[in-house]
Write a protein that binds this ligand. Structure first.
Ligand code: PLP
Length: 426
């Protein structure tokens, strides 16, 4: 964004007023946490019947398996049915994991590093280098997994329409056999709130990759997390991969962390039958199976995909006003100044805010000093390095409405002050 667009005079004319406001906020010793996309207590309350939905005679699954006992490595049959609907795959393409999709993703990478994949049993860790493509801004914990395993991250631009820069991706994967995978949140992305186009789904499925064992980690964390009645749908990547004769290319991952209970839900993977065998082979060494009683609770509570969708309309009713409040304050305080742009997501958990280049870290630091804790600036990029230092992630789900209003007002004052300083020194 060109600084010439900015009405610097009108902004700086208010510098004193902004400073005064900021000092007032500072003196209030506030503690407003907008760091992570956590559900709020009202959302969690919606699933409280799950806590005692099983009676003391109610522990058999539909096929008579005793869910109190060992066994059932890949999940109980009715949970697989539920997740086959959720992940849009067939029942034999579902692997039910424990309570966390992040854990499932971590373990897929860990197994590839130690034992290789379906196409090759050469452990990735035995190679000179392993690289992953990371569309950014993206989910910080994907990047943390790469850092943990010493996987080199290549930043790829996330475009304004929600697609990763597919031209660059195609060119990179075609020529570099060390590029073993790609992270992506395809729907209502973290933090963009944007969704992938059908055309890019097909290109990801069919592109030529130098690495035969190239994997797409399709983290569909926000599959049913609509905020408006305009419900986005995305194309099924596993289906496209099959049609392109690359059935083993994708792992689709999801969980009910933001449907039922965060960290106490059910996580699952949708992938080809060969990848399911690969998962079962490795998981059978790690565990005798995950918590079948929790799977049973979830199936009894939600019943089917329609049950989940209905439940999520209640989440949207709680979250919608919070996201609206973020928009109201941003529009009220920043619209027309040309000092920031932001998303207005139709789903997911985040609002993506871009301030002037070189300002994000200062804004986040200033907000913290006034008691508003945001996700660290840079966290949405590989190696916490936002090359333009402009991206800020807003997570409005947890705080109460009044706190969001206050936090957003403080954030806007910080943006104004940091921008004034930057422009008057340039
Ligand atoms: N994937 C994305 C994109 C997320 O935003 C989050 C949580 O914020 C997760 C995964 C974590 O999910 P889980 O609780 O299932 O590990």
């Amino acid at each position: 964004m060109s600084s010439k667009l900015i009405d610097l005079a009108s902004l700086t004319a208010n510098k004193r007023a902004f400073q005064k406001q900021y000092q007032q906020y500072q003196s209030q010793a506030l503690n407003l946490d907008m760091t992570r996309g956590k559900p709020c207590p009202e959302q969690l309350d919606l699933a409280n019947p799950l806590l005692n939905i099983l009676s003391d005679t109610d522990y058999l699954d539909a096929s008579g398996v005793d869910c109190r006992n060992y066994g059932g490595l890949s999940g109980i049959s009715e949970a697989k049915t539920l997740f086959s609907q959720y992940l849009e795959v067939s029942v034999d393409e579902v692997f039910i994991g424990g309570n966390t999709s992040l854990g499932l993703m971590h373990d897929i990478i860990a197994r590839a590093m130690s034992h290789g994949c379906t196409e090759s049993s050469t452990p990735w860790a035995s190679l000179d280098k392993v690289k992953f493509l990371c569309p950014a801004p993206g989910y910080d914990r994907h990047f943390a997994i790469c850092e943990h395993f010493n996987i080199e991250m290549i930043t790829v631009n996330l475009l304004e329409n929600g697609d990763p820069d597919i031209e660059t991706i195609e060119a990179l994967v075609a020529n570099d056999h060390n590029i073993k995978g790609l992270w992506f949140v395809p729907k209502y992305g973290n933090p963009s709130g944007l969704s992938v186009s059908d055309a890019v789904v097909d290109r990801l499925a069919s592109m030529e990759c130098a690495a035969a064992d190239f994997k797409i980690m399709w983290d569909n964390a926000y599959a049913v997390h609509h905020l408006t009645s305009e419900q986005v749908t995305i194309k099924n990547l596993l289906q496209s991969c099959k049609e392109s004769a690359n059935p083993n290319r994708v792992f689709t991952i999801a969980s009910t962390s933001k449907v039922s209970f965060a960290g106490a839900g059910v996580a699952a993977i949708g992938c080809s039958a060969d990848n399911i065998s690969w998962l079962e082979q490795h998981c059978s060494v790690q565990t005798i199976g995950s918590d079948k009683l929790n799977q049973l609770r979830h199936v009894k509570f939600f019943k089917n995909l329609d049950g989940i969708k209905m439940h999520m309309t209640k989440h949207a009713a709680i979250l919608g006003p919070k996201f609206d409040k973020v928009q109201t304050v941003l529009n009220d305080k920043l619209a027309g100044l040309n000092i920031a742009t932001w998303s207005n997501p139709k789903g997911g958990y985040f609002v993506n805010l871009d301030v002037q280049n070189g300002c994000a870290k200062k804004v986040v630091a200033m907000a913290r000093e006034a008691g508003v804790i945001m996700t660290a600036a840079g966290a949405t990029f590989p190696y916490q390095n936002d090359p333009k230092d402009c991206n800020i992630r807003i997570a409005p789900s947890l705080p109460a409405l009044d706190d969001i209003e206050l936090a957003m007002n403080i954030l806007c004052v910080c943006i104004a002050l940091v921008t004034i300083d930057k422009l008057s020194s340039s």
